[in-house]
Design a protein around this ligand. Sequence first.
Ligand code: ADP
Ligand code: ASP
Ligand code: MG
Length: 417
Amino acid sequence: MGLIVQKFGGTSVASAERIKAAAKRITDTYKAGNKVIVVVSARGETTDELINLAYELTDSPSKRELDVLMSTGEQISIALVAMAIHALGYPAVSFTGGQVGIITDSYHTKARIKNINADRIQKELDTGTIVIVAGFQGIDANENITTLGRGGSDTTAVALAAIMKAERCDIFTDVDGIYTADPRKVPLARKLDKISYDEILELASLGAQVMHSRSIEFAKKYNVPLFVRSSFNDNEGTLICKEVKEMEDIVVSGAAVSKDDAKITIRAVPDVPGQAAKIFHEIAKRNINVDMIIQNASIEGRADVTFTVPRNDLQLALDTVERLKEELGAGEVLYDSKIAKLSVVGIGMRSHCGVAEKMFRVLADEKINIQMISTSEIKISCVIDDAHADRALRVVHTAFGLDKVVKEKEEEKVVHV
Ligand code: ADP
Ligand code: ASP
Ligand code: MG
């Protein structure tokens, strides 16, 4: 008898009807002879509503209390899903993250899972009960409630699948699978049958919010096969798995754009050893993730240092560098939060050249200025003005041949007539 983890996102449990449909899927899997762990997100827009409510009271809500607040969304869902399963005549029990021993660090609103004590889940599974777990949450060593960052229910699901050695983890969402780009932004995006852990990891951390990127790190590390599929239909979905040889033939498999970053420039930093170490030590101490970094060639012994940080952390990062400015002997600090990061990803880039050149050419033809560039073995990212973000995504998507083949079919029709 296999163990399957099923995760249902917010839209998939948004109404009583949707919850009943989820319960039906869960019990069908259970009836087929499987043990089932279910992870659910907060219903519909609940998490956004809770956050908005907090900001109606104060501009700077305590992160600890935000976690207490946000975690309630998932708690509502687990009880409702358990009730819907009971109504179909099957045994189910719901638990919060803390109740099933999901232990995280103490970084409120972006905590990372450290450890899961799975005894309680195992005990319930052994009695033939379907276990429903609240996604996106855990507790820290002092039993404070923590949350895992927006979209974090995926990570709860994959971490549980990994620790419980599940056969697979199904992610039920509101799209048919992983597409070559966000289908909401690129109507011609194409569904992929398969994608490697590395590619989706890059895409997820570069703006394809379809999967929480930390969930893919777990899936890759523990080799958990992931299926992303729609909770609205029975279409095939996308398999996320280890890379196989044929994947290398595809140079670019996806594109994404994110507006989650902001850019900070520290002008005229004295060009002597240890300055970058000082800046990024202070930033790291505050648990701020720096993505791109550029240092200009120095002029008269001084250089500008520019880097990007998550927009949410901009104020904290600015306060940090402002305080450091004097110690560094640097000039003014500038920032820009109206930037977007446009990226293309593909493991075929390792063995093909010309991808960067093509991306720069397409943006140049569109008169879109590139402010920063970063590359890895399998991705190229450009920072651009966020006003051009979605247009840039569409033109790059087309240029790399990612569009659906709608045109060809139309042409075929013409030929036949
Ligand atoms: P859930 O609530 O089920 O976790 P999310 O809203 O987090 O759902 O993720 C699904 C959404 O991700 C889709 O509606 C889609 O707009 C968006 N998305 C972004 N990039 C992609 C992509 N490359 N493929 C599919 N969906 C994507
Ligand atoms: N409810 C949380 C969010 O909206 C977690 C999730 O949906 O995965 O971010
Ligand atoms: Mg999600």
